[in-house]
Design a protein around this ligand. Structure first.
Ligand code: WT7
Length: 655
């Protein structure tokens, strides 16, 4: 059934009627067991966040103003000072919880490390001193390009300890993507590793970094963790081994008192243009909201729970829900380096069983992959320790939700579908598992203290039906801007609808006020929960000497949510072939990273354009998703589409 919505081009296909109440046993122990919290927060939302900031964090000095809001610029807890590493480490150790495990780390080859809060504090203090010895001071940017090893959170926390700003670049990004991010941030130091393990192979991080470093004049030093022990080149004077620096580092470093609004980190994300945006997050408001959401959305009981967010720290999910939220709350987490099918397809379930994981947070694309692999894989293991499941990154279809609920959660664990973005910093729309009636496929309603609305094209609130997702007032973890580009910040998020933050997502709102997300409404694709801009991939393709023109669209895909489909016109003298398609895929991987490889490349002599020369992506999406074509009367040459459709049907796809 297809239900048409008010806003242009947004349709929702599900009318999901199932509801699931919080299991009685869960509700009885839940931190939030009373819906009062919503009304309380609404009555005084600034006061509500101030209460959370005071209760969840340790401040060196209290703030005097909760919020200063001059649209689009928010400042929270002004006058307050704090330190993130102190909140994540020192205060737990000082309270006698130094022996609590912070991370049960497992490498892909099977090696393990158990890291307590006391251990983590010691490493962070030492690395703070290492960074300082390399000339890093307050406000300097440090780029981090690492596998999922304990040294990654250590490096991040060490930055926060001395007031430096980290910019973590996902280890799957290419040299060029790394270079662009280092250059934009003008990072002084790069922390990396010789490599990391992925599906049994060593990913050559240092070798990739070396290519980037040819064109990054701001970098003075590179610190290299030894992980895979592959041979790497160490440039003398610039490159230093982590273990050697750490062996010589002093043990203690006091945490630097930081202003609430001091920059904490940059994280680059894709928008609708080819240039990624350096999203800015600051200290006090960010930590407040990540601690709040991590505690209450996951119903964290830190003495008993074993929490596992199976994302990569290189994405915002890892920043907020592997590093800062869990550590601020004194949680015990699992950290896993590698791939879910190494050496076998039950690796995750053996980890859940081995560590007694109680709270598991992952992405719909992973759930759909596990569905494909079959329920026999989780059935090989005792998963009875699990008591709550989370989902993030893209809409989770009701079938995948139910499979997750039944085959992983044994029908007893609430599933919290959490909607948020790199820009929001923390979860915004999600159930509170002790009190929210769940509907499979819906992220349910805004959290206490958060106000979100769906609006139509004209910016009018839609009480029921489809439209654009907006946020109607500032929230503590909101981005403070785009690094170096305040104009783009205002234009991208605060111009489309007056007085509202525009998220770029479409959603339907049902008669209970529940949000049903329907994906992006702009030129941003969501592939396996990762944001990739169509323009970025187009630029990469056109950068190839054989390509004259390219148009990229995201098409629905059963496993990855969306898949990248590229329509490519070659220059004269170049010929379409499967090998040529492969070389274009490799080129995208080199320019952006393996996640940007198109699944299908359709070679075509022409692209469908309007008379004014604008590529009609809507038509290309229709072709890619095998739909009947709508209105083609504005096309300059209508025969182009039939040609493309025939070629698209014949084009090979990559798994
Ligand atoms: C975009 C943000 C938030 C961390 C991971 C992605 C989509 C995210 C959901 C959800 C439907 C979701 C949106 C959003 N998204 N979570 N629960 N339901 N859609 O962060 O890379 O900044 O991407 O991911 O489209 O705008 P990101």
């Amino acid at each position: 059934m297809s239900q048409s919505s008010g806003a242009a081009g947004i349709e929702s296909f599900y009318l999901e009627a199932r509801t699931i109440e919080p299991p009685v046993g869960f509700r009885e122990r839940a931190l939030v067991a009373d819906r009062d919290i919503y009304a309380r927060a609404e009555a005084d939302w600034e006061g509500f966040w101030a209460e959370q900031a005071a209760e969840l964090l340790d401040w060196f000095e209290a703030w005097d103003t909760i919020l200063d809001w001059k649209l689009p610029f928010a400042r929270w807890f002004i006058g307050g000072t704090l330190n993130v590493s102190h909140n994540c480490l020192d205060r737990h150790v000082a309270a006698g919880r130094g022996d609590r495990v912070a991370f049960h780390w497992e490498g892909e080859p099977g090696d393990t490390r158990t890291i307590t809060y006391a251990d983590l504090l010691e490493e962070v203090e030492r690395f703070s001193n290492v960074l300082e010895s390399l000339g890093v001071t307050r406000g300097d940017r440090v780029a981090v390009y690492m596998p999922m090893i304990p040294e990654l959170p250590v490096a991040m926390l060490a930055c926060t300890r001395i007031g430096a700003v980290h910019s973590v670049v996902f280890g799957g990004f290419s040299s060029e993507a790394l270079r662009d991010r280092i250059v934009d941030a003008e990072a002084k130091v790069l922390v990396t590793a010789d490599g990391g393990w992925r599906k049994g192979a060593a990913v050559p991080l240092k070798a990739n970094a070396d290519v980037a470093l040819e064109e990054t004049p701001s970098i003075d030093h590179v610190v290299v963790v030894r992980r895979t022990e592959v041979d790497v080149e160490m440039r003398s004077g610039r490159d230093r081994w982590w273990h050697e620096l750490m062996a010589d580092a002093r043990r203690h470093r006091v945490p630097e008192p930081m202003a609430s609004e001091d920059l904490l980190y940059l994280l680059y994300t894709s928008g609708t243009t080819a240039k990624p945006k350096g999203i800015m997050h600051t200290t006090g408001g960010y930590l407040t909201q990540v601690a709040f959401t991590h505690k209450y959305v996951f119903d964290l009981h830190p003495e008993e729970d074993v929490y596992w967010c199976a994302a990569d720290i290189g994405w915002v999910t890892g920043h907020s829900y592997i590093v800062y939220g869990p550590l601020a709350n004194g949680a015990t987490s699992v950290l896993y380096e590698g791939s879910p099918d190494f050496p076998t397809r039950d690796r995750w379930w053996s980890i859940v069983e081995q560590y007694g994981v109680t709270l598991l947070y992952t992405a719909p694309t992973a759930v759909r992959t596990f569905m494909k692999w079959g329920s026999e894989e989780p059935a090989k293991h005792d998963l009875s320790s699990l008591r709550l499941l989370g989902s993030v990154g893209e809409p989770i279809n009701p079938e995948a939700w139910m499979w997750y609920f039944e085959h992983i959660g044994g029908g007893r664990c609430p599933v919290v579908d959490t909607w948020w973005q790199t820009e929001t910093g923390a979860i915004m729309i999600s159930p509170l598992p002790g009190v929210t009636t769940l509907k499979p496929g819906s992220a349910t309603t805004p959290l206490p203290g958060i106000a979100a609305e769906v609006v139509d094209d004209a910016g009018k609130k839609v009480a029921e039906g489809g439209g654009y997702v907006t946020i109607t007032r500032p929230w503590p973890a909101m981005l403070r801007g785009i690094y170096g580009d305040p104009v783009r910040y205002r234009d991208t998020y605060w111009s489309r609808f007056e007085g509202r933050y525009f998220a770029g997502d479409g959603a339907r709102i049902d008669d209970d006020g529940y949000f049903w997300f329907m994906g992006r409404v702009d030129d941003v694709m969501n592939v396996s929960g990762h944001r990739i801009s169509t323009t970025e991939v187009e630029s990469a393709l056109v950068d190839h000497p054989s390509v004259a023109e390219a148009a990229v669209v995201g098409a629905k895909d059963a496993t990855t949510g969306q898949a990248i489909i590229a329509y490519v016109t070659l220059r004269g003298g170049h010929h379409a072939s499967e090998e040529h398609g492969q070389s274009l895929r490799r080129h995208c991987a080199t320019k952006i990273g393996p996640i940007a490889r198109p699944k299908t490349i359709v070679f075509t002599d022409d692209l469908p354009k309007t008379r004014s020369g604008k590529i009609m992506r809507r038509l290309l999406r229709d072709v890619a998703e095998g739909r009947d074509l709508g209105d083609t009367t504005t096309l300059a040459d209508a025969s182009v589409v039939e040609e493309i459709r025939a070629r698209a049907q014949a084009a090979p796809s990559e798994e």
